[in-house]
Design a protein around this ligand. Sequence first.
Ligand SMILES: Nc1nc2c(ncn2[C@@H]2O[C@H](COP(=O)(O)OP(=O)(O)OP(=O)(O)O)[C@@H](O)[C@H]2O)c(=O)[nH]1
Ligand SMILES: [Mg+2]
Length: 1075
Amino acid sequence: MAGTDSGNLKTVRLWRDAALRARKLRSNLRQLTLSAAGGCPGTDQLDSPDAPQLVLPANIGDIEVLNLGNNGLEEVPDGLGSALGSLRVLVLRRNRFARLPPAVAELGHHLTELDVSHNRLSVLSAEVVSALRELRKLNLSHNQLPALPAQLGALIHLEELDVSFNRLAHLPDSLSCLSRLRAVDVDHNQLTAFPWQLLQLAALEELDVSSNRLRGLPEDISALRALKILWLSGTELGTLPSGFCELASLESLMLDNNGLQALPAQFSRLQRLKMLNLSSNLLQEFPAALLPLAGLEELYLSRNQLTSVPSLISGLGRLLTLWLDNNRLRYLPDSIVELTGLEELVLQGNQIAVLPDNFGQLSRVGLWKIKDNPLIQPPYEVCMKGIPYIAAYQKELAHSQPAVQPRLKLLLMGYKAAGKTLLRHCLTEDRVEGNQGGEDKKSHPPSPPPVSKGIEVTSWTADASRGLRFIVYDLAGDDSYEVIQPFFLSPGALYVLVVNLATYEPLRFPTTVGSFLHRVGARVPHAVVCIVGTHADLCGEQELEEKCLDIHRQIALQEKHDAEGLSRLAQVVDEALARDFELRSASPHAAYYGVSDKNLRRRKAHFQYLLNHRLQILSPVLPVSCRDPRQLQRLRDKLLSVAEHREIFPNLHRVLPRSWQVLEELHFQPPQAQRLWLSWWDSARLGLQAGLTEDRLQSALSYLHESGKLLYFEDSPALKEHVFHNLSRLIDILNVFFQRDPSLLLHKLLLGTSGEGEAENRGESSPLMAPPAPSQDALRATQLHHYVEGFLLHGLLPAHVIRLLLKPHIQAQQDLQLLLELLEKMGLCYCLNKAKGKPLNGSTAWYKFPCYVQNEVPHAEAWINGTNLAGQSFVAEQLQIEYSFPFTFPPSLFARYSVQINSHVVHRSDGKLQIFAYRGKVPVVVSYRPAKGVLQPDTLSIASHASLPNIWTAWQAITPLVEELNVLLQEWPGLHYTVHILCSKCLKRGSPNPHAFPGEMCSGVKKQSPLWGDGYQRVAAKGELLSQPRPEGVAEIICPKNGSERVNVALVYPPTPTVISPCSKKNVGEKHRNQ
Ligand SMILES: Nc1nc2c(ncn2[C@@H]2O[C@H](COP(=O)(O)OP(=O)(O)OP(=O)(O)O)[C@@H](O)[C@H]2O)c(=O)[nH]1
Ligand SMILES: [Mg+2]
């Protein structure tokens, strides 16, 4: 198979040819295009038993160009041969001809062009072929021809011949007589050697032999001296003969996918080469023979095994395009910056740590890909932003004093009571007591608190001599924190998964280890994880060994299972890609029915990404007892040695601009240090003080986020306006809402009321640990108790009770308001009774925290129409988009999503697994169905219904919700999920297993754009839903679950684009910032 690049290039060429052809035809020929009734054939027409009939109009004797393409014809219209005395060009492409229509022979003495591509020809009649003596161009591609007749040799005027995508194993000998042939396409056939007949064609300028198993080229290929364009992608060449280097006219050469390990030395004689594709070969060294090819403009060397690029590459001064992705490059030569004409530079998937100085000189580069390199200098986040940012960074570095500041974010995760907090105390305290003293000691009590305080962040100077610090995030294990935990998982951190070995048993692996690994992997692909087993002192020696081994074994099994699952999915995509798009679109039974090649390739790339970015789990399990100082010391040493690994944690070893350090210091100085968060503008002002302009501030903040010092959600449209530098205060506040203990909550409320009117207790000591409040009015206590119950059962709290809860943390009413807005933005709660943007006019605002909702089903009254989607039959048509999550479902996703949709719906009623609501007057249902075993994955679906003529209202209702979900899912780049549109007929029938049309379906045969892509390019996916036209000329689509049943196309495709989605928060943010 030709590679992706060759696919792209080929497409470009095809387009160019088509455009030229069309222009030529338009210029001065009399043309006629005829279509069968019903327009172009869609899926349904292809399957219909009756072939359409065409009738030729009268008086067409002077027509020179006749286009009968795209009509599903099996026979040409009657009288074709006799009626068209002047016909020169006949287009029969995309029909159903099984043989060349005999009538075509009658046109032979004047026909110069014949296009019968994309038909079902399996044989060519010698008689018809030999009649076409005047032909200049013949297109027979995309048929099923096993051979060509010898009579082809009689078409002595033939200049262009396209027989690609057939089943040819040989070419007829007579082909060698066609001395005027200028362009030949025999790609995608079953040739087993380079056809000698072609060597006789001295006029040949363009030749495509790709995707045949040639296994080598003849030495006398040198005979093709006129050849300008040669495509040899995927032909298993292995080596090139030296005669190849005599093809001195070559301008474009595709040699990708050929197992080439080297090029012949004389290759440099191909001095006219402008485009060379050597991707997907086995080159270990950059071929020296390329360096003298001074005219090269495009050079593709993707997917080889190159370890370096010679500095003489600067001699290729005309290069516009240079692709070096997916090699093993560790650095680039300094001279690469001299290639100032470069417009495309692709370096993704190498081992590059440092970019040369003055890299910013490559300012013309528009297509820039650098992902998946262990970049240190400039830092990864700068490189990702593009060449102008690199230029700015390098300029800045040159003017500032670099300072090294090793610091690493360390996250302790694990099931509740795994021993995280004690481990944190022991790891950090002993050290402090040992030799350093200072800040850390003061911030920790000598022994851990009896009750979990929730999430905590502390700083731990692990190696004073190097100044190495860990910022330790202790993520409480209780389920209630699941909804906020993901905010703290970020790339570039060290993850420590803590397991209680005393209580561990093999059956508990999924809950205590497996699910945590899945969560981290979904949020932070490629994260580095180390597994620590605590409570070793409570286990016998053999028990310890067995348990550690079991964890190790089960991790390996889980990894294998996931990787195999992904590979299988990738294989299905490959198989679908190997089939032609039209074949795929012809049968609703086919996998990826109707999905465009582009979408499939995107999906394939996503699977590849997931497979290449598995977690990096450092084995084996490290057992430790918090009672044994020696074991603790061993663990400390281990963590330090992991952190020291340059390849694993490049961040820790990089040199940072002085201004970044100043920025950090400024954030933590009074008065701003006291504030809960800073707005982007506040932060930008500090940046200016540090000498950082706004454009460069982003990189500095991303760095501070990754190294754990603050939280800055660059990718979240809702949160990127804030910089959370006061971590401990923010976390204290978040903890207040997620400590599910009723007595603690009540205690806090009583404390809050006791403070009313008194001097405010603003001490730093936790209210949790404070002594019980003085006696309260019993009535008041009962009332508060009632609120606590309502909160824990339904997630409901009125604003004034929230104020009581937050009393120790909040100064003014205004702060409370800001904080509530923040909680809404974070997707933790929403205001029940506040209309969008309107004040409450004095009434109490009630807040709902969906993660607390306990009732299984929403209150049925809200679903006034009395419909349910559980399987009854309906009068209305059902629309249901289903997201399914075969590997893992982020535990907090449904709760977060419940909040995200609030601005789009009214009259909602929430259950633990379902939300009933309305978009205007149209009902919508959002349902989460947890997995039931391996065969039925977790699903999240969005549904609505309406009568068929009004089905657009249902689309309008669910579209913003779908978009909202796509936005949310971007927070989990390592998550695999699929999107489907369930068959409305099946739903109506109450089928327990309705057919699922692929969500990235594209519209029929003509348009190849995606309905909405899922997975990889999620940003692109967003919004495509509404911008997607339905396939023209297709009214119904067959539902394969029930053979002949047809579903109205309006139930599978959204209507023509009419509505702009209201959910572009990103734009709102941008606008705000630009003000
Ligand atoms: N014997 C023994 N007890 C331990 C060890 N590590 C932790 N513990 C005890 O186990 C209990 C739970 O430990 P924590 O550190 O609070 O657990 P955690 O993982 O922080 O729990 P959450 O914060 O609720 O998720 C405490 O009583 C600890 O004293 C250990 O290595 N040996
Ligand atoms: Mg804890």
